[in-house]
Ligand binder design. Sequence first.
Ligand code: ZN
Ligand code: FE
Length: 254
Amino acid sequence: MLEISIIKCLSDNYSYLIKDKKTNLVGVVDPSEFEPIDKEITMKFKRLDFILNTHHHSDHVGGNLELKKKYKSKIICSAYSKNSAPGADVKKNDGDLFIFGDTVFKVLHIPGHTLDHILFFSENAKVVFTGDTLFSLGCGRIFEGTYQQMFESLEKIKNLPKSTMIYCGHEYTLNNGKFNMSIDKENKKLKNKIADIESKLEKSIPSIPTSIEEEIETNIFLRCDSTKIKNNLKMNNSSKLEVFKKLRDLKDQF
Ligand code: ZN
Ligand code: FE
């Protein structure tokens, strides 16, 4: 069993404290900064065995060194990074496993947002940490990779088991939802999801986690083969990749 606590960091980042209930091992995924994570560890866990980084951006590794110094944690990060995560101990390649007590994570390389981006997926815990590649109702900006790489990375995530719960790097869901509604207007599930998110955010409850199944039904970047979306974009004869490019460009200007 894996216990996950959501820690709000910076303006709209989420870091995740994870605990393997059988062994009491504790880890953090993408520590944006030291203080809020240290506070939670001091209150609840008293230890931090591992730090996991999805990619090298400072809002995902900002707490690495201070946390490592205080808790003697091991830092697990991407093997594809030139400027690797600060304090890196173990670098993971596509397909590598990370054994976290009773919980087994598989690492997948998902370039696009950055070239080093990886995800941590656990089939037994039914969770995936997607960093800045897949958000709820959206996807990350393409900073280092190509459209094709980002599209293929999203396809990899789309192919995970439908019941997998998704924990992503930012609370961008509502704004993403507004963009999706501007194009996928007739999508009832999208409309319902946005209403649900609005009521959660009003009560300061994160819109995360979401699930693979929900995202396939509502996230426009996973719906590039939808006839309705193609129609609305007047791209009936275009490929999925062309539709994805168009959507990503439109979102960048939204
Ligand atoms: Zn990023
Ligand atoms: Fe980020």
